[in-house]
Each structure stands twice: as structure tokens, then as C-alpha cells.
Design a binder for this molecule. Sequence first.
Ligand code: SAH
Ligand code: SF4
Length: 352
Amino acid sequence: MKTRNVVGMDLGEMEAVAAALGEPRYRARQIYAGVYRHLRRSWDAFPDLPKALRARLGAEFSLAWLPVVETAVSRDGTRRSLFEVSPGAHVEAVFIPEEKRDTLCISTQVGCALGCLFCVTGRQPPGRNLAAGEIVAQALTLAADRGPASRRLNIVLMGMGEPLLNYDNVLRAFRLMTDPGGMAVSPRRITLSTAGVVPGIDRLAREPVRPNLAVSLNAATDEVRDRLMPINRTWNIAALLEACRRFPLAERRRITFEYVLVGGMNDSPDDARRLARLLSTLRHKVNLIPLNPDPSIGLEPPPPERVLGFQQALVDAGITASVRRARGEDIAAACGLLAGRARGEAGVTPGR
Ligand code: SAH
Ligand code: SF4
């Protein structure tokens, strides 16, 4: 018999489970806290539940994270995990330790249908949406791996896939990850990155609690953006920035605009000035990402001095712009390189 997985259930659903088993309601809260707060991975690990109940739960419900089929550790401490979400379908998530915080970068879809020119994920055949439980399971796995949680936890929905094309499951996962009775990650520490799905941004704007918004702009003219990101032919720069203008921001919050610098395509001083003009009326910051190259992409990052020149031109125009340091380059864990397939190169261990 196929058992239902409790990972991905919210408290209401767990209350229904408790009721179906003829158990009092508070049992649901115990199970919920065990799964999402204490990161328990089997029914045996619930000392607060009577043995007989654990046996009944075990017979009817699974408590299953996702199988990890490969882990790679970078010399900078970044860790990439490859999960099998269903037979033959894989996603990757990346653990990025920093000085004062740990960041978990997790995936929302198998592959991505948007096909951006510079992105390895976008070169994969489009797969499927991940269920909320599959999104949360990545976060649980990476959070458990980091050992004693001394540093603050940040979660970025910037792995494989376009989160706003899997809206309902992503928002459900967001609610599970932020619920104070469970993982209790502050909504301010979760960032959703979109390629610019305008209706999704508008929908997110109406949510009572929202993640931070990051927008992959990547070009300062429609001509260039059309080439880099086919989605621009549906929602162009003007439409996208209008949606950003409508997006409500809490005090001291800003929209992050990501800008992948591609050598000879979008990296000129003129592009920087155009970008500054486009963003001038928005509360924003710019995150410059020198392209992470991959043989399958055939594009190159600009030379370092050109990256710095671009940044300086933005700063001169009054824009806050940082250059994102590539993490986990040696294990293909950097932005845009997640392919969702086993690689088996040096430093990689199968499974865990
Ligand atoms: N689909 C969403 C989120 C996943 S992509 C989005 O596009 O925003 C996460 C980030 O990686 C995006 O900002 C994207 O522009 C960037 N990216 C993609 N390919 C890259 C590459 N080869 N080098 C550097 N950044 C890349
Ligand atoms: Fe998809 Fe984002 Fe990659 Fe574009 S950059 S193909 S939207 S994952």
C-alpha cells in the first residue's frame, strides 16, 4: 500500500491525520513540530509519542525526505546535493556557508521551460513542478546537514526552475518554512527570484506575508533581453518594472535586481547607464553576477576589470550595486549551473 507522506502537510492536514487515528488534536502539533522544527526523520525518533501510536503512524504514513543521490563539497565549503524527486527526475540544492549566515539555495521545478540563453537549467528539457513537500524537503535536508545551527539561516528560491510558474506549491512551501510552530524561518530571510512572470509578481503582491523579491533583469534594453531571456517577449522590461513598482515593500526593504554580466552582450558602460536610468524610480539594489561559464552555454563572462567598470558606472549613477562572489564553482554549484544530473567528478560522493 502506498503511504501518504507527512512532509509537506500543514498543521490542518496533520490535525485531520490525528482525528482519523482517533487521537487528540495536540498530537498533530507534536508531529508537526517533530517534522519541521526538530527535523526528525523517522517515527522512531519521536520520544514524545506513545509507541503504539508510532507504530500506527508508521503503518499508514511515511515521513520521507528526498533521496540524496550525490553530494559534492567545494573547497570553499559550499555543498551541492542532488535529489531524486521521482524515478529519473532530479533537482539540486546548494548549501552556502558564509561568515555570519548560512544560505540554502533550493529548487522549485525539475528543469525550467523558460530557456534563458545563459542558464544550464534552462537548457534541460522542461520537467515538472515540485510539490510543496519536495521543496521543503530540500530545505530540511540542508538545514539538518549544517549541524549545530549557530548561524542565521537564509533561504533563496534561486535553484532550478521558475518559482512563479509553480506558484501554489511555492507559496505553500513558503508558509511551511516560515510557520513559527515549524521551521520558523523569518519571511524576511527568504528570497524568491523570478525571471519576470508579471502575473505572478502581482499575485505575490497581494499575499499577506511575502518573501523578498529578486528579479533577474539581466539586460537594459528589450533588444538584448529578448535574446537572453525569451520571457521578455511576453513581458518586456517596461511591463516588468511596472509590476515591480506596484509591488508593496515593507519599510527598509528593496527589490533586488540580478544582472548576469555576459561578455560583449550586456556589459558596456552604456548598458550600466541605461540600467541606472531604468531603476531610478524604484527602491532597489543591484546584484551583479559575472556569468558562470559552462561548455554547453558557449558564452563567457566579461574580464574582471569590465565587471568592476560596470559596477563603478552604476555606483557613479547613485545605484547600490554589489558583485556576487561565485561560490562552489569547482563543483558546478554556482548560479545557473544546476543541471539536475549526476556528474560523478572529483570531490563528489554518491549519496550520503
Ligand atoms: N528562474 C529564476 C530563479 C532561478 S535562476 C530566475 O531566473 O530568477 C537564479 C539566478 O541565476 C538568476 O538570477 C539567473 O539570472 C542566474 N543565472 C542563470 N544562469 C547563470 C549563469 N550561467 N551564470 C550566472 N548566473 C546565472
Ligand atoms: Fe529558468 Fe531562471 Fe534559468 Fe531562466 S535563469 S532558464 S528562468 S532557471
